[in-house]
Design a binder for this molecule. Sequence first.
Ligand SMILES: Cc1cc2nc3c(=O)[nH]c(=O)nc-3n(C[C@H](O)[C@H](O)[C@H](O)COP(=O)(O)OP(=O)(O)OC[C@H]3O[C@@H](n4cnc5c(N)ncnc54)[C@H](O)[C@@H]3O)c2cc1C
Length: 332
Amino acid sequence: MSRQHEILPSIGIIGGGVAGLVTAISLQDAGYDVHLYEKTEGLGKETCSWFAGGMIAPWCERDGADDLVRDRGVESLSWWAHHYDGVQQQGSLVLSAARDRSEILRFSRRTQQHETIDEARIAALEPALAGRFREGLFYPKESHLDPRFALPALEQHFLKAGGAVKRGYEVVADELKEDIIVDCRGFAARDDLPRLRGVRGEMIRIHSAEVNFTRPVRLLHPRQPVYIVPRAHGVLMVGATSIESDSHAPVTVRSAYDLLEAVQRLHPALGEANIIEVSAGVRPAYPDNLPDIEQKGRVIYANGLYRHGFLLSPWCARKVVELIGKQEGKAA
Ligand SMILES: Cc1cc2nc3c(=O)[nH]c(=O)nc-3n(C[C@H](O)[C@H](O)[C@H](O)COP(=O)(O)OP(=O)(O)OC[C@H]3O[C@@H](n4cnc5c(N)ncnc54)[C@H](O)[C@@H]3O)c2cc1C
């Protein structure tokens, strides 16, 4: 519905990570005039979203998370499918070594929307794993994307629809002229949001000439679970640690060792893969590990996406749109 005849508040978004971009587009879809301010000149290093696996996995993520993560995450599948044509709708695969079968049983009890699959089906889905695992779980409705393509594509989508992006601007809300400011600075908003903490996530990108996958593969293990998300041209993203720390320091020897050891348990030939990147990001998290929308004056904070920035930013953005819509109603 066109809202051109209405006088709508102008919106400024601070932060061009996944939360900022998804919120910017959702507000634009609702008819608002939106300007986005991002401190980095180009996407990369300082943006937690750049290092993410990009798994949109509401059912798998129910393991170790609240029901709300699943329920709020399901809507993101259609959001992404409508706004980014690079989404891979291939499902997810969850495996464990035969001796860790209790892990698969536990995971299966805690999650829904999966099929228990045997060795032949595993081989049909992921030929590289033929003969390696007797049993697994397949989540056919889940999807994944590569953040390093998805984030620039979202920015282009926003620009083409008339949005304005100012890169290289490290701003504070007080200096912005828009009627409403949505603060999506991730962990950088810690000074304004004392409940926010950092959860460090380390990841490694490898290239294998021998082993590749079509969908995210999670290998359960009592101590060191690991996941691999396929990227283009034989690249695999291996993740991720989850450490209570807001350190942006380089990846530690212990974390790199643990992740790479786990990868070889998935397939020994991955021992021959080349390491092409080792990086760490700091996930912004609240004490309950759920995102939250909080308003102080004309500033709305959308933050706390923790391990679920791609999964939950469409829900978060919808809440921001509803909040702004309600305030317009009150003002009318
Ligand atoms: C290794 C790893 C794997 C992950 N895997 C997944 C996954 O598979 N699926 C999933 O859903 N989630 C995943 N996550 C979580 C996800 O990456 C985070 O939840 C998400 O990136 C948080 O996004 P954000 O936009 O809030 O913060 P950020 O991505 O950090 O974006 C904040 C932006 O604000 C900008 N900024 C800061 N201060 C200012 C300022 N003053 N002015 C202007 N701009 C400013 C920064 O430059 C940055 O670009 C993963 C995270 C990690 C680290």
